[in-house]
Design a protein around this ligand. Sequence first.
Ligand code: PEP
Ligand code: MG
Length: 498
Amino acid sequence: MSCFSGKVLSEGVAIGKVHIINQSAIHQINPQPKKEKEKLKKAIEDSIKELESLKTESKENEEYISMQILLLNDPMLLSKSNQEIDNGLSAAQSVSNVLHEIMNSLLDATSSYLKERVLDLSDIKERILRNLLGKKSLEIQYDFILVAEELYPSFLIQNKNKLLGIITHKGGYSSHSAILCRQFNIPYMVSNIDVKENEIIIIDTRKQQILTSPEENEIKHYQEVLHKLSKENFEAIEHAPYQFLANVSDNSELERVNQYGFDGIGLYRTEMIFMNSDRPYTLEEQYEIYSEAVEAMQSKSICFRTFDIGDDKQLPYIEASKKGVDNYIHNPIVFKTQIEAIIQANHYNTVKIMFPMIYSSSEFDFLKKWVLQIQKEMKDTSYIQFGIMLETEEALNSIETFYDVDFISIGTNDLVYSIYHIHRDAQTNDLENYLNDLILKLKRVVDFVKEHKITLSVCGELAAIEPALKEFMKLGIENYSVATPAIKILNHVYKEFF
Ligand code: PEP
Ligand code: MG
């Protein structure tokens, strides 16, 4: 038996067989040009077939569909995409790039007719990608402890039910993979361990250690520990008028949100749902997911953050140069479908819509207007609150212009990077370098929301880091949104504070 130490990113105990995965398997498999070209050709052919049959079913849209077929039949689409494949890209990336290039040139056009063609192209892109990509979760049949160089959220989401624990060589506390592990209760450590495929190991984050090839008695002991931990339950203490809210990424977490006594969901990271799929979800599929969440919460509020793609969260069918409004302008159909599904699921007027990575109040106004237009087209009259994540220095510096928002949630993970250029992986180690200054800057936000009766919360990882949470409470912030296991920290700091 050997013992290795490491840094804890998500607490817990795990016993299991090691499965080692090299980086390319987790992130991107090197595409083989010939196969990629064949796949793309078939996906375009399948898309044309789909549209042909749609045309016969839907006479009123015949003209629109015929035009899409024409665009798909254009030989330039295939030849340009094939050139990109020859440059080393996958079929999905290639066809996305080519269509994006055309979309960007149309967006620059002065004619509104041409501008509207962007929607057609976006639609075509999604259809091709849907036909191109299949699910790619691991084939492995048993539960395992993953050992890898680095971990990406999409891999984690697709394999979460098989993951007993995770060890990577690189990673930080506020990375999205670490955030997800805490939400899903998967123990996660960063360590340079030396293990073999199929070796049995034990992760014990309470001792910050990993045991490799443990003795029989150690295994027995840890099996008992695991049994005890599975019975552990937490409950929010009395905390009115504060709001203890949950950050979730998946409906499997909803039961715990209610069990632990959270007041609602302060951040539903909807893009994490998308990570389960290599094609955009349909309106019906998304409606089912959002509706299930709304039903589980009943009268409690639920804040859906519109999909937030970028950094370590990437999707093959979403193209955006930066997070925020770009995500939606460049993928208008995906945005519209998501909004329609969220609005349809607003059964009890409890839904809030939150836009991430906002830089200016004009971006907020533009997105709110867009959503209201979609709602009007749906003839829906439900009540929705609109808000922003405060996670850019630009928005912080112009906070007084955001008087039209219903709520603001401080996303410290991106905000700290935006102001101090401290990467999310290092933020919890470097607290003393920026916390005091951040609190000074946030005072301006607290004063502003008081004056305009805007609800303010913190939903970044700092809301569950004790010294930071204490400072937020002293500043007068009353609402916190955290991963469900962090209810322990909210309870503890709240008790100390009052
Ligand atoms: C944040 O930036 O603080 C946040 C909550 O959003 P995410 O971590 O998903 O970027
Ligand atoms: Mg963020």
